[in-house]
Design a binder for this molecule. Structure first.
Ligand code: FNR
Length: 194
């Protein structure tokens, strides 16, 4: 039987009709049996204020607990002005604090996104990688996926409509799954060794 694995999904857009939310849901359908993609809520977080570190809001505590529970993290983000949306950075900053108590550290991660532009979130993903490297998140380097959004990307059930795109994203998902497995196994070996 497949081992149960929980992936925490953070979508860098909070609008209900987000094409990135749709992509995240479509990716969920490409995950193997036993893998659950849990969407992590970020739309009710306050604006990050370092002075609140000692007394975090309930939504911040929930965010950190959701990340802590996940075996891996998947960030699906649009590109805003050639970088990541503020709502995503706000969530990242919240869960990274107080200093030394980051929820992100060591979580194997993947980055993907879609936008209408020809570069399909490439620059947003690159900026995000910079932040994730600092947060000590082992992030899959290859394959990359910069998905240019076009009408018809999703069918009426929210699945990837086009066979070639589906195959491409299936390969991406398979690589991400292998990446998370490798890192969770390594973490388990370290615990056994200690
Ligand atoms: C955008 N958009 C955009 N697209 C892109 O490819 N590169 C960019 O730098 C930007 N910049 C940008 C800034 C702001 C403030 C907005 C509102 C939009 C377009 C963006 O990709 C498009 O609105 C997507 O639909 C946003 O993703 P969600 O919300 O549908 O997931």
């Amino acid at each position: 039987m497949a081992q149960a694995t929980t992936i925490g999904v953070v979508v860098g857009s909070i609008r209900p009709d987000s094409i990135n939310r749709k992509l995240a849901l479509a990716l969920g359908a490409l995950a193997p049996e036993g893998w659950t993609l849990e969407h992590i809520r970020i739309d009710d977080l306050p604006l990050y204020n370092q002075d609140d570190d000692k007394n975090p809001a309930a939504s911040v505590k929930r965010l950190k607990a959701d990340i802590a529970r996940a075996d891996g993290i998947l960030i699906v983000t649009p590109e805003y002005n050639r970088s990541i949306p503020g709502v995503l950075k706000n969530a990242i900053d919240h869960a990274s604090r107080p200093y030394g108590q980051s929820a992100w550290a060591g979580k194997p991660a993947g980055v993907i996104g879609t936008s209408g532009g020809a570069i399909g979130t490439a620059l947003a993903q690159q900026h995000l990688r910079n932040v994730m490297a600092y947060l000590d998140m082992p992030t899959m380097g290859q394959p990359e996926a910069f998905v240019q959004f076009k009408e018809g990307l999703f069918d009426d059930k929210g699945r990837i409509a086009n066979d070639a795109t589906k195959q491409f994203l299936q390969k991406w998902m398979d690589s991400y799954v292998a990446w998370v497995q490798r890192h969770t196994e390594q973490a388990a070996e370290k615990v056994a060794y200690v």
